[in-house]
Every structure is written in structure tokens, then in C-alpha cells.
Design a protein. Structure first.
Lengths: 348, 348
DNA sequence: CGCGGGGATGTTAGCGCTAACAGGGACAGT
DNA sequence: ACTGTCCCTGTTAGCGCTAACATCCCCGCG
């Protein structure tokens, strides 16, 4: 299919010679220009196939000014969400004929962010995608001035740049609604770190859903995404429960904390979901394998990537485009169940 | 520092005009050529700074044939290891003045792999890095013929291409040794999937260390990286223990399985590390937060990335270079302790 | 004092491609 | 039959840069 011996790189005129046309006609065929006779087009296409020709991107970029490359900058890629976002973005970019150049920042300072964007500029990428879930990253992004089209991902409305994201508020409402629907009188919430827009949005959603149902809004339990903080939250909530509080349902801002909470509840002799129902957020690969399998909220990273790239393409074409946030989905597993009929005044 | 108004892209002759030299002299300064008078060099550098000039990479790539970009292809980036590898690679590439173009494959077929490498070729990257821990990916890589320098990462010797990796065998020996040193008479092993070279290497290391210590080699328990399989392994090992087998120490091929095993042992009424000591592999971010905090083996991904890029640079320069695998380290936490003094004939 | 040599700089020719313009043939309308 | 038009194809001129060659000047040496 492709010539193995890399004797000399093929160029357009090699194809032209073989097809008996000028190199410009080859260019027209390659770029899908309309005014080429079907017969000619076919011959050129055959020559391209037979030779295994590929246009040189550097030459193309030099004359068109476009590299068909998108830069992606993120601060933290260890976490499941960011890693999945990268995957979704890459896939969507590839589908649109773009490749993704990735930079992972060590720290979310304006300097580091500026450096990254600057490097992208030097690389002459066509646009920059930035993941900015944390406030410092979002702020740093604000301070970066660049002629490059910039699209932020998952910044949750913290920036006015064109942005795409998953609807965190809706996700939190979904989780909370599910628990209320199961008959729980209220839902406790273990938050993520305060400097994360996503964490704040999840609090907002949880609160909104409780308010809509007329349920009590319990004091939040602070967490920081780590299983350790989930564990602590579990101890705390168990204590509150012993003190007579109505702790039968807990919604945690991520699955890792749910993992810790599950362990703590187990140690406290509370059974999930018989005594307490638990919902997480993220749908980690291990979520179905926890004991019990975790009910959680899944974000559609493929769709997120798709919309991000769509937005980039729109900006590149000079179109204004406003995209709605991606709706998340609830995955009901075994960690949630009907509210226990404890000292509740009203039974079924 | 940098002109905000992107009126028109600056080119070399703009700098040349300002510095009162020819564009070629500017080129020489930019590329650090020796024969430029200090005085001239200084003037040119000042002009570059004042104007905020940046060489056009496309033009440069066109004439030099090098894009200073490395392609990275991986099949699975969701897992902790691969994601960290990406981060390490990017950092090292950036430090060496290269940028990383990433492709994530949906499936490890030869076709998909070929496609990815082909796209890199079209993009005229300087080299390709491939993550091939699974056999199918490694095989696919074998079938790909390309003029591009190719370096594989974490393939564990399954490919003869120049490769870098973490020493999985050594890691497994470290874990096993640690348990034996604590006085355990033997160590049980929960494996990873059979089609993973890493998983096989860990079995090899575990077996080698047991053999070196003259300890019994118990039948392995099959796992597949998932917490679920770890949970099953926990049930199985607890049963074996009840049947009189000497199950006081378990080494699992990854932390996720350890997570499942921990849950199973807890359910079985076995306490870790009093009854059973547990060691994982990977040092997941949640490892320190499990109950109990997990003793595990950490791979140095920064160093891995560094060596991978070093190898790429060597190949690019035509140098032969053989790099030793990166040694992993053992992190002792609370999940391991001295062997219980059960029905053992010899006590302390 | 003339000449050779080497360091500093300038000039020229592409790298492979696309855009803009030029040309040529076929067809329709008069 | 002639002209205008449209479609197809070819020719030419760069895109911004680096490599190779040309030039110039200054210095040291015979």
C-alpha cells in the first residue's frame, strides 16, 4: 500500500508525472476543488494511491498559514476526568482532521499558562483548548493575551471566553433527585475543594434540587476529592446519625471520596444501601466494582470533546456559536436504595 | 514584552531591517551559529526582543525537514500508569525543546496502529513514541513499517525496537522481598491479565524472589487489573486460608485489585496487616488513603519519560544507545506487617 | 608592501505547496 | 461562422526560512 523503502520523499510533482498532469491539478484533487474533470480526478487519485503519496504538512502550513493542529493545555491530567477529557478531545480533533499537541502544566500560574500558550503560538497551532476547572488556572487564562482562538473546557462559566463543559449543576440535581425519589427525606453532601468551579457547581445543583423538593438543606461536609476526606466525611456523618440526625442519603462530589466514605460507613457498622444510600460523581472505572457497586453520575467526555472541537472550528470560521453544556447521566447501581423506615413519622 | 496587536506576522526580514543586517544574519543568531560578531549578535537579539519575533516553524520545518515534534501513540490512557507516562513524556519532550502530538487509539489493531503512525508521518513528526504494554499493541507495532524512528515505552522486552521501561521484574521482587523480610513464609500473588507483558514480568519477579529465598511458590490467583477481580481473589485466598494454607502475605499486580482484595478480606473478618499483609503496585493517588494505607511499588514516570526522550534524541542523532530499565521503589505503608505467629513451627 | 587566509556578512536558490492568473478548447447563442 | 462564456488545466510567483556560495575586509607573514 505504501512504499517501504524511504528512498526519497514523494512530492506532488511525482504524482503529477505519473498521472500525466500538472502538480497544480494534483493539488486541486488533494484539496477537493470542484473544477476537475472526473476522469482526471480519478487518474490522479489512482496515482496517489499507487505511490502512497502524502502532502507535506509543513509546506502546506507555510502557504496556508494553518497547521491543522490544536494545542491543548491542562494542569492536572492524573485525575480521571481530565484524562478522559484529553481522550475525548483527541478523538474529536482527529475526526475533524486536526491533531492535538498537548502540554501539561506543573502549576497553574499565569506565567506557566502564558508560556504554554506562547509555545503553541511558536508552533503555530490553529487554536488552543484549555482545561481550567480550578480557579487559579482560569485566572491565569484571563491574564493571557493571545491572537490565537482560545476555547476553555470545563470551566463552568468562570470565564467569558467561548467555553464548553458538562452541566455539573444538572448532574448534581440528578443525583439528589434520585435519592429524594427513593424516599429519603433529605440528602447530605460531601463537597469537593472550594477552589474548584466544578465542586461549587455540584453544591449549587444539590442545593437547588433540595430546595425544589422543599427538603431540608443539611450543613455540607467539606472534602477535597481524596478518599481520605471521604473517609473522614463518613465518620462525621455516622456520628451525626448517632446524634439523631436524618442521615440516610449521601451525595459525594466524586467517586474517590465515595470510596473512602464506603469504607468508613462499613467500619461504623452501617450497611449500604440498607442504612445509608450513597451516590458519587465521575463513574470511575472501579465504581462498578466497589462494595457495593456505586451509583454515580457519568459525564460524556466523548460528547464534550466533540463540542469543544466544534466550537474551535466555529471560531476558526469566524462564526459565533453558543453551545449548551453537555447533560450528564445517572448510573444507578447497588449503593442506593429506598429510605429506611426508621423513626420516620409517616410510613407507607 | 510581546506585541498584542497582531497586525501582521513578523518575519525575519523585519528583524533584519531593525538590526540593520541581512535576514541571514538573523537566522544565524536565531540558530546559534558561531560566526557572528558579538556586537552584531547583541543588536539582533535586541531587535528580536523588542519586536517579539518568533521564527515560523512551518517555514523552518519545510527547509530543515524537522518539526521538533514527537508523536505519541497509546491505546489506553484511562489507567493511571499510561496517563502518568504521558505526563512524564510530555515534560521530558518539552524540556528537550520538542512538543508532543498525541493519538489515543480505540483498539490495538495493526490497522489502527498503522493509521496513527501514518498520520504522524503526514504530520512529519521527527519520531514516534509508542506505549505498548499489551501484546496486541506490541504485535501491531511489529507490523508497522515506517521510516520514522520508533521508540517503544513499557513493552517489557516484548519488542526488539529500542525501548525504555520500568523494571517490572525488579518491582515485583522488591514487593516480594519486603514481605519475606517481614517473616512471611511465602507470598501469594494475584496476577494481571495474561496478555499484558507487565503482568507477566511481575509474575516473573515474584517467582524469582521466592525461588531465591527458597520459599514455596503458591499457585497464582488470576486477576485482570479490576477491583472486582481483586475482590474475588480475596475471597479465594480467605477460603484457602481456612483450608489450612499459609496465606499471610499477598502481592497484587496492581493497586486497584488490592482495593478489591482489601474489601473482601475485611468482609471475611481478616484484619490487614495483623492477619494478612498486602502489597500492591502502581501507587495510585488513593493508595495512601485506603484502609489501611497501602504498601505498594511506585514507578518513576518522570524518569521514564526522560529516558524515552533521551533515546529518541539518540536515534535522531544516529547514536546507538542502550538504556537500562528504570528501577521502581517500594513504599511501605500500613498494609504490611510482621508475619502472624499462627501454627508456625518456629516462632521468635 | 603585497598576498594569502579566515572570519563576518550578504546574496541566491530552493524546500513543497497553494493562490492567482493565463490559456485553450468546447459549446451555445446570434 | 463568429464571439462570448464557462470549464478545465497549466504556468508563475511567492509563503518564511536555511544552506550553500560569494564577497569583503582585516590581519599576519614573507
Amino acid at each position: 500500500m505504501q512504499p517501504e523503502g524511504a528512498s526519497r520523499a514523494l512530492v506532488m510533482s511525482d504524482v503529477a508525472a505519473r498521472a500525466g498532469v500538472s502538480h497544480q491539478t494534483v493539488s486541486r484533487v488533494v484539496n477537493g476543488h470542484p473544477n476537475v474533470a472526473p476522469h482526471t480526478r480519478e487518474r490522479v487519485e489512482r496515482a496517489i494511491r499507487e505511490l502512497g503519496y502524502r502532502p507535506n504538512t509543513a509546506a502546506r502550513a507555510l502557504v496556508t498559514g494553518s497547521t491543522r493542529t490544536i494545542g491543548f493545555v491542562a494542569v492536572n491530567i492524573n485525575q480521571y476526568g481530565p484524562a478522559q477529557t484529553l481522550v475525548g478531545l483527541e478523538r474529536a480533533a482527529r475526526a475533524a482532521g486536526y491533531s492535538l499537541s498537548v502540554t501539561v502544566l506543573d502549576e497553574a500560574t499565569a506565567d506557566a499558562m502564558h508560556d504554554a500558550v506562547d509555545r503553541f503560538l511558536a508552533q503555530s497551532v490553529d487554536a488552543v483548548l484549555a482545561l481550567a476547572t480550578y480557579d487559579d488556572a482560569a485566572e491565569a487564562l484571563h491574564l493571557v493575551h493571545t491572537p490565537l482562538p482560545l476555547v476553555t473546557v470545563q470551566s463552568g462559566g468562570a470565564v467569558e471566553e467561548p467555553a464548553v463543559g458538562v452541566d455539573q449543576v444538572a448532574g448534581a440535581r440528578l443525583a439528589t433527585r434520585h435519592l429524594l425519589d427513593l424516599g429519603h427525606r433529605t440528602v447530605h453532601h460531601v463537597t469537593g475543594p472550594a477552589d474548584s468551579q466544578e465542586a461549587r457547581d455540584r453544591i449549587t445543583g444539590w442545593r437547588a434540587e433540595l430546595a425544589a423538593a422543599g427538603a431540608d438543606v443539611p450543613v455540607t461536609v467539606y472534602g477535597d476529592w481524596t478518599p481520605s476526606s471521604g473517609y473522614e466525611a463518613g465518620r462525621l456523618l455516622a456520628a451525626r446519625r448517632r446524634a439523631g440526625e436524618d442521615v440516610t442519603a449521601v451525595f459525594l462530589a466524586n467517586d474517590q471520596m465515595a470510596l473512602g466514605l464506603l469504607a468508613a460507613l462499613h467500619e461504623e457498622g452501617l450497611e449500604v444501601p440498607r442504612d445509608v444510600s450513597v451516590v458519587g460523581f465521575d463513574d470511575l472505572p472501579e465504581a462498578p466494582y466497589l462494595t457495593p457497586p456505586l451509583t454515580t453520575v457519568r459525564q460524556d467526555f466523548a460528547e464534550l470533546g466533540h463540542r469543544a472541537v466544534e466550537l474551535v472550528l466555529a471560531r476558526l470560521a469566524g462564526r459565533e456559536l453558543h453551545l449548551e453544556p453537555v447533560p450528564p447521566t445517572l448510573l444507578v447501581r447497588a449503593s442506593t436504595g429506598p429510605a429506611p423506615v426508621l423513626a420516620a413519622p409517616a410510613g407507607v
